[in-house]
Write a protein that binds this ligand. Structure first.
Ligand SMILES: [Ca+2]
Ligand SMILES: [Ca+2]
Length: 481
């Protein structure tokens, strides 16, 4: 029913003119995630209290710096930018930590002076749009910062100890990490939060990443999502640790997308920690539970989990396996999200070590440069291929003794089919597999190189067999003629 409503709306707004679907879509996009304080300092005038030696202090990054670095993000090949929150934050510290991360808001409709102002934000959005980048803004709807003035001023807006004790929904009505927990059903709170979405939409934001949705009242979410969809705003929910079942459930409830944490865990385990690829196959086998698999957000790491490369003891191994992970990510169905620094295999343990300052070209080692080039090449190959960027995904049955080391699937769009091979083996290897047993048509074909530039991977078909020559620990993609 909402499709009809939205169809009418599109005629009047032209917001998604030319889109096939009447619901907002990010299929075909590649998102780059930025935490502005830890990205680039473009304005030293706003560096109050900055101390780069303290991982819990403000580090000086800002919207002016992000705007300056847009060419870098475009060069990587991303098509959209997700900013962690830029709201005005509580001015005091909590637990010896400044609110540099943006998740301790004091005023939802102002920009923190460390980041700039609403004017700086407008300049950033204009520049991003001019570069063809979509803007995804983090929205906090569960809580205020510990020290926000609203907590004292409007006690009725928050769940207290009594509500928490009485509720049957502890996840929703009890404070998350002790944060002042908003009562979304309270009429003023409801109006405030719905108004926040409208406010940022007016600033030119294309999509919202909603923080901590597990902890937000469901009837409020229903209203919020219906309004976003009507306005053409794409919605990405963060349900920490979501698996395919949870993502599917919430897509049906009205989110366009959620982060598929279960795939992140499986990819880190197999690609970085050297466990079998069957764990990845098991997640992909559940894609039927996703109403809109092409919209699901896929990632190697983010600001809330240890860095992907941190899974390896040695820096060089972490770099090699990050190249594998980045290529693998770009073969999947969904919307890849790259956390700043993963394109150079930055290391770091749990928060705040996973939020070290971004480093740019002139500061890179030759090895980091190589990781970046692999990331850039993999994104370019994905963007150049309709099958890789938007095609359906069909898992192939890998013979059991090989399933730990070899994951095979096809991506298909129109008349284009791409065969994807992830290879976890520690040595280069050639595999010959019966085409029939993989579910592929028999036939003979020419030698096909990988779509990823600079990669020595080959495919051919002869005598009823598929032959794959694959480098150690890497993911390859071959266009089937
Ligand atoms: Ca600054
Ligand atoms: Ca809550």
């Amino acid at each position: 029913m909402r499709r009809f409503v939205l169809g009418a709306l599109l005629l009047t707004t032209g917001g998604l003119a030319g889109a096939q679907s009447s619901v907002p879509s990010f299929e075909g996009q590649v998102i780059y995630q930025v935490m502005p304080d830890r990205f680039f300092d473009g304005d030293p005038q706003n560096n109050a209290g900055v101390n780069r030696d303290d991982p819990r202090a403000w580090h000086g990054g800002d919207l002016a710096g992000l705007t300056q670095k847009l060419p870098y993000i475009r060069r990587l090949g991303a098509t959209a930018l997700w900013l962690t929150p830029v709201y005005a934050q509580q001015t005091r510290n909590s637990f010896g930590t400044t609110p540099y991360h943006g998740y301790w808001p004091a005023d939802f409709r102002a920009v923190d002076p460390h980041f700039g102002s609403l004017d700086t934000f407008a300049t950033f959005v204009k520049a991003a749009k001019a570069d063809g980048l979509r803007v995804v803004l983090d929205q906090v709807i569960n809580h205020y910062g510990y020290e926000a003035a609203a907590v004292q001023k409007h006690p009725a807006w928050f769940n207290g100890a009594a509500e928490c004790a009485a509720t049957g929904q502890k996840d929703v009505d009890c404070p998350l990490a002790g944060l002042p927990d908003l009562k979304q059903s309270q009429p003023q709170v409801r109006e405030l939060l719905l108004g926040n979405a409208d406010f940022w939409r007016k600033q030119g934001v294309d999509a919202f990443r909603y923080d901590a949705i597990k902890h937000v009242e469901k009837p409020f979410l229903d209203t919020l999502l219906a309004r976003d969809r009507q306005a053409g705003t794409w919605t990405l929910g963060e349900w920490y640790d979501a698996d395919s079942g949870t993502v599917g459930e919430w897509q049906r409830e009205g989110f366009d997308s959620l982060f598929l944490f279960s795939l992140q865990a499986a990819m880190k385990g197999s690609i970085m920690a050297g466990q079998g690829l069957d764990s990845v196959a098991n997640v992909l086998a559940r894609q039927g539970e996703l109403p809109r698999p092409g919209e699901v957000a896929l990632f190697l790491d983010n600001h809330d989990v240890p860095r992907f490369a941190q899974g390896s003891l040695f820096e060089d191994v972490g770099q090699t396996r990050t190249k594998y992970g980045l290529r693998a990510l770009m073969t999947l169905r969904g919307v890849p999200v790259i956390w700043q620094g993963t394109e150079i295999a930055m290391r770091g343990g749990p928060d705040p070590d996973n939020r070290r300052d971004m480093r740019f070209e002139e500061q890179w080692t030759p090895q980091e440069r190589e990781v970046f080039e692999v990331a850039r090449g993999a994104i370019a190959a994905r963007q150049a291929s309709p099958a890789l960027s938007r095609g359906t995904l069909t898992l192939l049955k890998t013979p059991q003794p090989l399933a730990d080391d070899l994951l095979l699937f096809t991506r298909q769009s129109g008349d284009q089919t791409v065969l994807v091979a992830w290879h976890g083996g520690k040595e280069r290897r050639t595999y010959s597999l019966k085409l029939g047993s993989l579910g592929l048509p028999a036939g003979t074909g020419p030698l096909v190189p990988s779509l990823f530039a600079g990669q020595d991977a080959k495919l051919s078909r002869s005598g009823g067999y598929l032959h794959l020559s694959l480098p150690a620990q890497d993911a390859a993609a071959f266009r089937l003629p």
